[in-house]
Ligand binder design. Structure first.
Ligand code: 9PG
Length: 527
């Protein structure tokens, strides 16, 4: 390993190495932490440590599991510091598999993938980040600037309680609202891993795509192709397709859908063929907008059939899927490691999921976890990733207009809508029949709006002259103290136990279903 020592000079320069160490000329005031994948925190914080988020079982699906226990300011590929002398320093990998950290008066960078190119830039924040995106664009490419479609997505109102009757009715009720895409999210498949329609879709997925197309819109579909849940047929029939560690043990890929998740070894020819077939199948069903989710599963640490650095293995799998989808398909990546997907997708989710609340108090106050669903987490991370804009269309997740099914204040909803206007990616899951006529008008003008956007500083903008300030979403969760710390540690441990997680899922599913029933929707019950 060659450790290159650098004394920063104004401007930007590049070096090729696998380890770099920059001594900082003055004290760090704030450090930029850039999380690995869509749902990992991105924020400017003070250089003091941030506690390890709980529960640890979710580290794999919320952060980069390799670094989730690190509390010092650190991040994936790129880091930056604001120095006491008023300048900003950036260290960024122009390549995959790199990590950076602020430690002992230094900004350190290292690569898991051998020698790579690094950019070191000292100057104004805007300039150094734009130098970095230019270098990334030359190295990874950038998506052709297709206009972003306006999307109705089933997730944030119906969750997995979708069926073909409910969706068909909604597609009719959408009427003349200016959506370009009607996207079916999680809940149509037999299991995560088994990408065939379940009993709630007896007419098949092609029929529903046809229904959407008859409304003159693009049909969209969600899939999580790189992972499978332990109870899927895919996992049970092909345990040898899944990623294992040096000792032959399965690599955990998280916990969701009431079971353990595992990740495919995409470097196995049989697996890459299967992925290509899957993409062709959904394209043949008639879906032209594809949301690929839980993609981090392709970049977990493990011993692969082909000995490639983990992020390169993922990028190769994504490249194959992108090719199979074709240039005329629109690809949104989600739960994706950020850099490896650049140049291969049209749009990328750049933050945590939104939810019907600003902040979940258990997750923030007890678990100190900034990687969980909630509007505050989603805005915080997305607003700190706007520098990626020249490289890919940025999806900050859906916005809400309806007051049904959520407890957001009018200001919180507006802030989220304004963020979508800033990135230009507009989506909602609001059910047309839940909207008052005033809310429907607001949604209509949001979908049709094309405001003049000016950035005033890092977190303030004007939209057609109206000042918008995103700072209310910035403070990261603070470490719990006293009783909260004790209680948080206790339930954090409980929340690592699969039976507790399964019980919690059953309770949450039932709550959600009851809410839908109260709002006049009667989902087909399969469980
Ligand atoms: C469908 C959803 C929606 C949503 C995606 C993704 O456990 N987790 O950490 C976790 C994070 C995000 C998440 C689900 C679980 O949501 O972002 O838009 O498609 O999957 O299941």
């Amino acid at each position: 390993m060659a450790n290159v020592e650098i004394l920063p000079k104004p401007g930007s320069s590049k070096i090729i190495t696998d380890q770099v160490s920059i001594s900082l000329p003055s004290r760090v005031i704030r450090a930029y932490r850039h999380g690995w994948q869509s749902w990992s925190l991105a924020a400017w914080t003070t250089p003091t440590p941030l506690p390890v988020p709980k529960p640890t079982r979710f580290h794999t699906q919320q952060f980069d599991a390799e670094y989730a226990e690190e509390t010092k300011p650190h991040g994936s590929w790129v880091g930056s510091v604001e120095l006491e002398n008023g300048t900003f320093l950036l260290l960024g990998a122009v390549g995959l598999g790199a990590h950076v950290m602020v430690e002992g008066g230094r900004l350190l960078g290292w690569s898991e993938a051998g020698e790579i190119e690094w950019m070191i830039a000292l100057g104004e924040e805007k300039t150094i980040f734009s130098d970095y995106t230019q270098a990334l664009s030359a190295h990874l490419g950038c998506a052709p600037r297709k206009p972003a479609p306006r999307i109705w997505c089933s997730w944030y109102s119906l969750y997995t309680d979708i069926d073909e009757t409910i969706l068909s009715q909604i597609f009719d009720q959408i009427g003349d609202l200016a959506f370009d895409v009607l996207q079916i999210d999680d809940g149509w498949q037999q299991a995560v891993g088994d990408w065939q329609p379940n009993l709630k879709f007896p007419s098949g997925m092609a029929a529903l795509a046809g229904k959407i197309k008859r409304t003159q819109r693009t049909a969209g579909l969600w899939l999580a192709p790189l992972i499978a849940v332990e109870h899927s047929s895919l996992f049970r029939h092909h345990p040898d397709w899944f990623l294992r560690d040096e000792r032959g043990r399965l690599v955990p890929a998280g916990f969701n859908w009431g079971g353990r998740l595992y990740a495919l070894d995409t470097t196995l020819p049989v697996v890459s063929d299967w992925l290509v077939d899957l993409m062709r199948t959904v394209r043949n069903w008639g879906y032209d907008y594809i949301k690929l989710d839980f993609l981090y599963g392709g970049a977990l640490k493990g011993k692969r059939h082909q000995d490639l650095p983990r992020e390169m293995a993922y990028r190769e799998a994504l490249r194959l899927m992108r090719e199979a989808i074709g240039k005329d398909g629109y690809l949104l990546t989600c739960g994706t490691p950020i850099l490896p997907a650049i140049g291969l997708c049209d749009a990328m989710r750049i933050g945590q999921d939104v939810s019907g609340e600003w902040e979940n108090l258990r997750d923030s106050r007890l678990f100190c976890n900034p990687g969980t669903p909630g509007v505050k987490n989603a805005i915080r991370t997305s607003i700190n990733r706007l520098w990626l804009d020249p490289l890919v269309k940025l999806d900050p997740d859906v916005v809400y207009f309806s007051t049904r099914g959520n407890v957001l204040t009018a200001e919180q909803k507006t802030l989220l809508q304004d963020l979508a206007l800033v990135t230009g990616y507009k989506a909602t899951s609001d059910l047309p029949q839940w909207l008052t006529s005033q809310e429907r008008d607001q949604l209509k003008s949001f979908l049709e709006a094309d405001p003049v956007i000016k950035q005033i500083d890092r977190y303030t903008f004007t939209l057609d002259g109206r000042l918008v300030d995103f700072t209310p979403a910035l403070p990261p969760p603070e470490a719990p103290e006293g009783l909260n710390a004790i209680w948080g540690a206790f339930i954090g441990k409980l929340a690592n136990q699969p039976p507790i997680l399964q019980l919690n899922k059953r309770i949450e599913d039932r709550k959600r279903r009851r809410l839908l029933q109260n709002l006049g929707i009667h989902p087909t019950q399969t469980t």
